[in-house]
Design a protein around this ligand. Structure first.
Ligand code: CA
Length: 757
């Protein structure tokens, strides 16, 4: 662009004729400044980008740009960067198969929104054109990527990949990544990308739903392959809001990184110093609010510093605890755990957080406990008096000094000054001890708030719609069409069915959050092979109904509730309460609930439910058979329910693979009765339950009569299995198998009766 002004007038003078999709035009009221070019088509953009000079500025016209693969290439200078921006920030939408690549020097990109589509390549935003053509000294800011996912949740891509050196990614909003692949990663695969000094700051990392497999990290700096190189990446003032993808929220896999002043809000997992030495974690705030699996940080490797952090309400356990110091492998290979050496953990506050783990992972391979390490001036307060300390190895390599706790932290009770600590919430929202206790996080800690992060124009993500939060629609038997009513119902609405028999002649698709509620004895008789089909974005609650399969087709494989046969990106919720299912025996393999491959439930809950005479499974959750760690539901809960004459299992849950990247599945079964379960010859599991790879299992207070065994396969890690106070009726005696471990079975059984020897 020899003369930006003349180029711009040329573009205005004769807009090239083009057949490509041009953005929906809005009134062009933008006043252009010197060096600015407003482009309205991909062809105009291609012209404008050809010969960019320092100080040039391409402005994309407001509207939808479909299938636009932006290559932004040029050499600006520090004083005169080359810019690409939106006519109005937030009004330029990149949709369909769009993406962005940067190459060159001193580039500045802002104001774009990627939504309603997905990248055709591996990355949405890439700081390189090719492996040899990188971007340096460049900045991407005020950009949004929202729900920009491929149709298959297991197909992997990355939303942002930073290569090169001295790049900045700031004030961006990244929300609703639902497929496999890290949200943002710093890559160091060539020399030109190491010691990169990138800055990642003031971003809003919005909800990242549970992925249900490995590959759900939000931020990764480096990879294990180059992990003994330094990255020197600075990650500060970011807000991590419900980043629940997997066990690692942030994975630092290189040396010399700084994580400062970030807020982790209700996020499952930890900030992990997985590989690399000499990193610093300081002044971060972790607020778990008692949510499951919320964690703090995990220390591995040498010369790490963790200081002045604040943690409150974190429930995470094991590797996902509030403060975890790992054991390492002496002189191990690059992809294993290096021992913790010469590290410093000081002035951290751990408030009402459940688990501190020292020497975690200690086993025959990870035999090296921390050495040369100091823990000083930390404050541990659990207002319920819980001892949060677990020690797995010899901790004589850690020097403890001036730590304070309100509970004797056995077995390290003598390493903490135990005293009564009264807490008071300070102006910054954090709890501090009253009086002269000086241990813990500094009083001048400033908490990064959500509204200080992310793209300025973009709203922060909300929470899932609650069942019953919308309008109520009444329906009387024989009047109106239930399917039609459902099609018109809005997110959160309730369909209330009056007493009597409602005949349903088609499969009811559930596309949003809907509740079905029977009053005064409402029965549904349905005529197709399924009553409800949960589709992407749908969640279902059923309450107070009787559902009969007596009028379904006389063919095999009917079901009451199923998920879409296609991959669903959005996690669904399914709740059933006070409901009776009957006559599910018109033919064989009649299931109550059946989940298709590629679909994932946040929770499935059965409460005060009665099921009788089903030829198939009550919960068929066995379609993820690839043994790569994918599973179908995070929480499965059955309580106060009765089941009789069920041909298949009550629940067939399959989570294959041996990686330790997920918290689930969790299975809880309490106070329920099981009579004549699992005897059908088509029940290939041979059990009344088959729980393969569940991470957390509780069976308590249940009664089994004439039921096949409860089959539990431990596949990975240290699954928590507890079977308490059940009566197995001499028939359902559990069979618990360790499939990939030579360790003793870790299941806890107590108070059970009716166990066959
Ligand atoms: Ca992982």
């Amino acid at each position: 662009m020899a003369s930006a002004l003349s180029m711009s007038s040329a573009l205005y003078g004769c807009a090239p004729a083009t057949t490509e999709t041009s953005p929906e035009k809005t009134v062009q009221s933008t006043t252009l400044e010197e060096g600015q070019v407003l482009v309205s088509t991909q062809q105009e953009y291609a012209e404008a980008v050809k010969s960019l000079q320092p100080g040039d500025h391409i402005v994309l016209a407001n509207g939808r740009w479909e299938d636009f693969e932006i290559l932004f290439s040029g050499k600006g200078t520090e004083d005169a960067p080359i810019r690409l921006s939106a006519e109005t920030p937030g009004k330029v939408l990149l949709t369909g198969q769009s993406n962005l690549r940067l190459s060159g020097e001193w580039l500045d990109i802002s104001g774009l929104v990627f939504t309603d589509g997905f990248t055709p390549t591996r990355e949405v935003i890439s700081f390189r054109r090719t492996k040899g053509d990188l971007a340096n000294n460049s900045r991407v800011h005020n950009v949004v990527i929202d729900d920009y996912n491929p149709t298959e949740r297991t197909s992997a891509d990355f939303w942002v990949m930073i290569y090169g050196k001295n790049n900045r990614f700031d004030h961006n909003t990244l929300v609703n990544k639902r497929n496999r692949g890290v949200t943002l990663a710093v890559r160091m695969d060539t020399e030109e990308s190491r010691e990169n000094k990138h800055r990642i700051d003031h971003n809003y990392f919005g909800p990242r739903p549970i992925l249900g497999s490995n590959g759900g990290e939000t931020l990764r700096v480096g990879t294990s392959h180059y992990s003994r190189s330094n990255s020197f990446t600075l990650v500060e003032n970011n807000y991590f809001d419900r980043c629940d993808g997997e066990v690692e929220i942030v994975s630092s896999k290189s040396g010399g990184n700084v994580f400062r002043n970030n807020t982790f809000y209700k996020s499952r997992g930890t900030l992990t110093l997985r590989h690399g030495n000499d990193s610093l974690i300081e002044r971060n705030v972790f607020l778990g609010e008692g949510e499951d699996h919320t964690g703090g940080f995990r220390v591995i490797n040498a010369r790490q510093t963790v200081r002045d952090n604040y943690m409150e309400g974190l429930t995470g356990s094991r590797f996902g605890g509030a403060l975890v110091v790992m054991n390492g492998v002496p002189n191990g290979p690059i992809n294993r755990y290096d021992p913790v050496i010469d590290s410093v953990i000081t002035n951290n506050s751990l408030i009402n957080s459940d688990n501190i783990q020292l020497g975690a992972g200690s086993d025959a391979e990870r035999s090296a406990p921390p050495t040369g390490t100091r823990m000083e001036n930390n404050l541990v307060v659990h207002e319920e008096g819980r001892n949060s300390m677990t020690v797995y190895d010899d901790m004589s390599g850690i020097t403890f000094k001036d730590n304070v706790s309100n509970v004797a932290l056995k077995p390290l009770a003598n390493k903490f000054n135990v005293q009564d600590v009264k807490l008071q919430r300070a102006k910054n929202g954090l709890l501090y001890p009253v009086g002269d206790v000086t241990a813990g996080a500094p009083k001048d800690l400033v908490v990064t708030q959500a509204d200080q992060t992310g793209a300025s124009y973009y709203p922060k993500a909300g929470v899932a719609t609650e069942f019953g939060s919308g309008k109520t629609h009444m329906i009387t038997p024989g009047e109106g069409n239930l399917a039609k009513l459902v099609a018109q119902a809005k997110d959160g609405d309730t369909i209330r069915l009056r007493a009597g028999t409602h005949t349903v002649d088609r499969v009811i698709p559930i596309k949003n959050t809907l509740k079905f509620e029977g009053i005064g004895g409402a029965t549904i008789l349905y005529e197709r092979d399924a009553l409800f089909e949960i589709q992407d974005g749908g969640s279902l609650r059923v309450e107070g109904l009787t559902i009969s399969g007596a009028d379904t087709p006389d063919s095999a494989g009917n079901v009451v509730i199923r998920t879409s046969p296609y991959s669903m990106l959005k996690n669904y919720r399914l709740e059933i309460a006070d409901t009776v299912f009957e006559d599910l025996d018109i033919n064989h393999s009649f299931d109550v609930i059946s989940a298709a491959k590629g679909t994932f439930a946040n929770h499935i809950t059965l409460e005060r439910v009665k099921v009788s005479d089903a030829t198939g499974h009550v919960l068929r959750l066995d379609r993820e058979l690839d043994d790569n760690g994918i599973y179908p539901a995070e929480y499965l809960t059955i309580s106060d329910s009765e089941f009789s004459n069920i041909g298949g299992t009550i629940a067939d849950v399959y989570r294959g693979g041996t990686d330790e990247s997920t918290f689930g599945p969790h299975v809880t079964v309490t106070n329920s009765k099981f009579d004549k379960i699992g005897a059908n010859k088509r029940n290939k599991t041979g059990g009344s339950f088959r729980l393969h790879g569940a991470q957390v299992t509780l069976l308590e207070g249940n009664t089994f009569t004439d039921a096949r065994p409860v089959i539990i396969d431990h596949t990975v890690g240290e699954p928590k299995t507890r079977l308490m106070n059940n009566d197995f009726g001499q028939s359902a005696t559990p069979r618990i198998v360790e499939l990939n471990s030579d360790k003793k079975n870790t299941a806890i059984l107590s108070g059970n009766t009716g166990m066959k020897k």
